[in-house]
Ligand binder design. Sequence first.
Ligand code: FES
Length: 171
Amino acid sequence: MPDNNDKALLELKEYINGKKQKENPGSYLIDILHKAQNIYGYLKKDVMDFVAEEMSIPTAHIWGVATFYHYFNLKPIGKYVIAVCMGTACYVKGAQDVLDSLKETLKIGTGETTPDGLFTIQEARCLGACGLAPVVMVNDKIHGDLSHKDIPALVESYRKKGMSSGKDPAE
Ligand code: FES
């Protein structure tokens, strides 16, 4: 169980209490999990246990919801989440090569985070920028018209930024 004096936990508890005032509080479970992820960056097991207890919902149900929706992270994520679009338009324009290059550059697989905590690789379905295929999204920034050869330089630009406190390299 998380430390009850934890400020983040108090924020979550307050949010849950707000939902408990409403009719059918259980229907706000996804909202609550979103809030928990926003606060902690991912859904820690002890936080899910806490939500289960507060909402009087079995932990197994919470786990089921958290694992069903791909936007919930069950493990810590990196400062930069690189989502490679594997939608059809991107796929036919080389998304697999882009993904392979990214895995090779970062030496991690999909869903994993680099040991320095800087990067997480994710795969996504259509990111809504098919005209720029193939596309990757780094946090909320789209990079389009990529070749797998562009990946090392793209990663390097974010690595430099991550090591300093400068601006987003793509801005
Ligand atoms: S398929 Fe990749 S952005 Fe649409």
